[in-house]
Design a protein around this ligand. Sequence first.
Ligand code: DAH
Length: 342
Amino acid sequence: MAENLETIISVIAETEKAFFYRLSNAATRDDLEEIRIEYLSRKGKVQSLFSLIGKVDGADRPKIGAELNRVKKAVQDAIDEKQKSFQRTGKAIEFFDPTLPGRTVSVGSLHPLMQVMDEVKQIFVGMGFRIEEGDEIETDYHNFEALNIPKHHPSRDMQDTFYLSDEYVLRTHTSPVQIHTMEDQKPPIRMIAPGRCFRKDTPDATHSPTFHQVEGLCVDRGVSFADLKGVVLAFAQKLFGKDVKVRFRPSFFPFTEPSAEYDFSCIFCKGQGCRVCKDTGWLEISGAGMVDPAVFGFVDYNADVYSGYAFGMGIERIAMLKYQVNDIRIFYENDLRFLKQF
Ligand code: DAH
């Protein structure tokens, strides 16, 4: 039985209407191509309408045929027209409304870690330190051996390392810049070396395989631990305010003797004890010490004439305290909701 002519005409009309609706929402060339395939390809919606011709009485077929040809042409013309408008404007949106406000160019900002790094640099430059730069790829010699960390020595276990080969590593700390600086220059030396470091750590709230340190080194005649303490205290108070106190605890590093770690009094509870300082009143900041004479041996400095202090601190740690961030990973996720706050 032939289908009702009216029904078929309305199916054709619906298809055409749906097409124009889709087309009006096409914002990109890709959208347009998708619609073209959907409607005009060999198995597309327009072509499949042609099979309806067989379902009407012979007498009505010319009429349906003519209608289908009209729709096909309308669809083709509309697609061509839209394509041209994309080409003309070079843009997806085909109309231009001159009354709309212009598009603002969003301005980026320095990453919070770089802001902290800059502040730390500024404080030390103000105290007469120069800035040295090292490479992120280091020789095993500079990263370990010349820092008095021999191959196969247990002290290497303190730093889980990305080895690139037997000879090269991704530096695990900024301390190798001490060696380069002393190889290249004679005392007196007062330098800091900021930079990125790498360790084979599994990321968690306080560990990241990429992180940043600032190294410090001062070598001259008669440099003592008292100088180290004075510089660290001045740094602490410049960074976190006049009330900050500093304490040194004995520790061990292969390249310093004696070695220490220093803490700042908690900047949140002023030393009373709180969640951040785990009720100790102190925040661990950095390792430091007097340069081990063995290190001077590697760079041909006379340890009988010169002495020096060194320190190395984590930038992330300071940034986390300063901005009250409790998960280090957020610094590396490029999440604009976080970064826009700085
Ligand atoms: N390089 C050490 C580390 O990453 C930190 C350090 C400790 C650096 C003592 C120093 C220092 O210069 O004297 O764990």
